[in-house]
Design a protein around this ligand. Structure first.
Ligand code: ATP
Length: 325
């Protein structure tokens, strides 16, 4: 059975909105609103949703760079949102992040050697020679030439910088890497290369990824499990098969229909399907949200497949399944 590495329970990150003469809090942006996910050792867990759905905030809260409003993040049996002691220190070593924009996330004034060595220096006491060997080894793992250590981030292409970002993220030998849209700024062909070597590193070092993306197409062959996020909430959670073969929420179906079609023969058919799904999504919004305009809580449709629909809809889905069987 898969061993879990991290359990996020009822996570909320709310930002106050202030207004008026006294600058009082009048409302909150519910960037993350009651999210629960479990990531297993060595797996890729896809967190998917459109811009503004709360994916990055979830990722940053897990890494610990965004304050949590409520909820818990359990690592090795400890809630790290409450623990500031040595458990927390190990957590900072074991959980790392890769960012979308490698140009702004890598310090432009530092050489690659220092960029990659920085996280190692925070947690280990290596001699200069040991440290250089380690950096060389990491560069080798991500397929970068050894003389890269003397260079600066602007001397590399986007794809190469992303490799350097990955080398930095895995430098401390982490158990979980939160990868926030790591390929979305790259050309398609480079995207595939980066995904391939991320997969390769994962297998070699048994790293789990929380892979954040707006595109269900990108994570299709990477993720064992996926969570679909919308308006700060989860609308569907399931295995790769659940999400790609049996999507239940209209929002998941909409994201699936947005995957670009390479198959020229079926392009018109795909376009028509996309329009139908979009129409369904727009037509009956009241069906997908509660009276306050919020996404419904998740409910089980099978052991690991959960969907955010009103009770009535789920019963109908189950009945249909039985009828079809
Ligand atoms: N520091 C902040 N203060 C106030 N609101 C914020 C803050 N950070 C994020 N938000 C809001 O929270 C919501 C979720 O943002 P978030 O960046 O997590 O979404 P996202 O799904 O990652 O989108 P994108 O891919 O565009 O980054 C958005 O409405 C955003 O404007």
């Amino acid at each position: 059975m898969a061993k879990e590495i991290i359990e996020v329970k009822n996570l909320k990150v709310h930002y106050p909105i202030r207004s008026g003469f006294w600058n009082r809090i009048t409302d909150y942006v519910r960037a993350v609103d009651d999210i629960s996910i479990t990531i297993n050792e060595g797996e890729t867990y896809g967190l998917i949703g459109e811009s503004g759905s709360g994916k990055s905030t979830t990722g940053k809260a897990i890494v610990g760079v965004e304050p949590v409003t409520s909820g818990s993040i359990i690592y090795k049996g400890v809630d790290i949102t409450k623990s500031k002691n040595r458990h927390r220190l190990n957590y900072n070593k074991d959980v790392q992040m890769i960012f979308q924009d490698s140009l702004s996330s890598l310090n432009p004034r530092k050489r690659i050697e220092d960029i990659i060595a920085e996280p190692i220096r925070n947690f280990e006491n290596l001699t200069t020679d040991q440290e250089r060997d380690r950096v060389q080894e990491l560069l080798d793992i991500v397929g970068m030439p050894s003389d890269s250590i003397y260079k600066y981030p602007h001397e590399f292409s986007g794809g190469q910088r992303q490799r350097i970002g990955v080398a930095r993220a895995v430098a401390t030998n982490p158990r979980l890497v939160v990868a926030d849209e790591p390929t979305s700024a790259l050309d398609l062909s480079v995207q595939a290369q980066v995904l391939n070597f991320m997969k390769h590193i994962q297998q070699q070092y048994n790293i789990a990824y929380l892979f954040i993306s707006h595109d269900l197409g990108v994570v299709k062959h990477m993720s064992e499990n996926l969570a679909i996020m919308h308006r700060g909430r989860l609308v569907e959670i399931g295995s790769r098969e659940d999400i790609y073969q049996h999507p239940m929420h209209i929002y998941t179906k909409r994201l699936l229909s947005a995957i670009p079609q390479v198959d020229v023969e079926h392009r018109d058919e795909h376009k028509k399907h996309r329009q139908e799904v979009e129409q369904e999504f727009q037509n009956d919004q009241s069906k997908w949200y509660d009276k306050d305009g919020r996404v419904f809580p998740l409910k089980h449709v099978s052991d690991n497949h959960l969907v955010a629909l009103p009770e009535k809809e789920i019963v109908e889905e189950e009945t249909n399944d039985k009828e079809g069987a």
